[in-house]
Design a binder for this molecule. Structure first.
Ligand SMILES: C[S@@+](CC[C@H](N)C(=O)[O-])C[C@H]1O[C@@H](n2cnc3c(N)ncnc32)[C@H](O)[C@@H]1O
Length: 301
């Protein structure tokens, strides 16, 4: 099966697997990903992710059952097509703004040698560390099952998680509106771990446009993500187009209303691949959820 037919197949499945569930939708409607907004929701600015983000409520709303959430389905369905663009062996991988989630380390466990995760909110970093130390109470079983079915893998959820956990070297405190972006190394697997300044592959899903409310803020966030990618490396980005906020846990987090042109322009000004149908850029969109892979262009490449 060629990549194109495989993607076409995935596209059909992604569309038909949307059960229209209103409560757990993460789509491109104006409110964006999240639960149904309520008038009583507390409206929060992007910076309030720092203190008001409840990792347990977030995981329960979006990751308890991957099949309930369209955005998650789209991201996981298209991830293999995106990963096809990056080297089969990844030396260093960073999930930037991972929140309390570990689906990326799990999906990339067989490809990456060294995995790093990060977030802005202390509570999310604590959740990542709990998972790294096998103290997490959240059950990633459904998400693992979903990833395994896409990979056609026979591994159990425990095996998949342990393979990812074994490669997770550090959890970093990050802020994409701060220089340097990595503010602190909060946790390392052991005292020998040296965190690289740049990574071969950086992913940032549902984060950059949620960290700000303006186009300039988005450009700054993408520049920060790009600054962490080594020359010739790759940025994987995913998100929701055309949304102004997302909701869960009785809170509405405002966000930048992202358009495809913003994505392209932010990559262009940072010297990353942004032209479709070239080897340096792959963009996939379904249900107003996008996933892309862009290569950092080196002038003599
Ligand atoms: C909607 S969650 C996405 C979490 C995860 N990447 C996922 O795919 O579910 C948005 C994340 O962006 C993070 N974030 C918000 N502002 C940020 C900033 N200035 N720098 C880095 N991350 C930020 C939040 O802490 C939160 O974990």
């Amino acid at each position: 099966m060629t990549l194109e037919t495989e993607l076409a197949d995935l596209n059909i499945k992604a569309e038909s697997s949307n059960d229209g569930s209103e409560d757990a939708k993460k789509d491109g409607s104006e409110e964006g990903k999240g639960e149904k907004p309520d008038e009583k929701d507390e409206v929060c600015a992007p910076e309030e992710h720092h203190d008001k983000f409840n990792p347990h409520a977030y995981l329960n709303a979006f990751y308890k059952s991957a099949t309930e959430d369209t955005a998650m389905q789209v991201v996981l369905f298209f991830l293999p097509g995106i990963l096809y663009r990056v080297p089969t062996k990844i030396t260093t991988f960073l999930d930037l703004g991972a929140g309390p989630t570990v689906y990326f380390p799990i999906a990339i466990r067989d490809r990456a040698t060294r995995i790093f995760s990060s977030d802005y909110a202390p509570a999310n970093r604590a959740a990542l560390i709990e998972w790294a130390e096998k103290r997490s109470t959240f059950d990633w079983g459904e998400v693992c099952k979903w990833i395994a079915s896409i990979e056609a893998s026979n591994q159990t959820a425990d095996q998949m998680q342990q393979a990812a956990r074994d490669k997770l070297e550090a959890v970093l405190e990050v802020d994409v509106h701060h220089k340097p972006v990595v503010k602190n190394i909060q946790w390392t697997k052991n005292a020998q771990v040296k965190v690289p300044e740049k990574f071969q592959v950086v992913s940032s899903v549902f984060c950059l446009e949620y960290s700000c409310e303006t186009y300039d803020g988005y450009i700054e966030a993408v520049s920060s993500a790009c600054s962490l990618v080594e020359d010739g490396g790759y940025l994987i980005q995913g998100g929701v187009l055309d949304a102004t906020s997302y909701n869960f846990d009785g809170k509405q987090f405002r966000s930048h209303r992202l358009r495809k042109q913003h994505i392209i322009e932010a990559l262009r000004v940072n010297g990353f691949g942004h032209v479709e149908k070239t080897d340096d850029f792959k963009y996939i969109e379904a249900e107003e959820i996008f996933l892309l892979c862009s290569k950092k262009i080196v002038l003599n490449d």
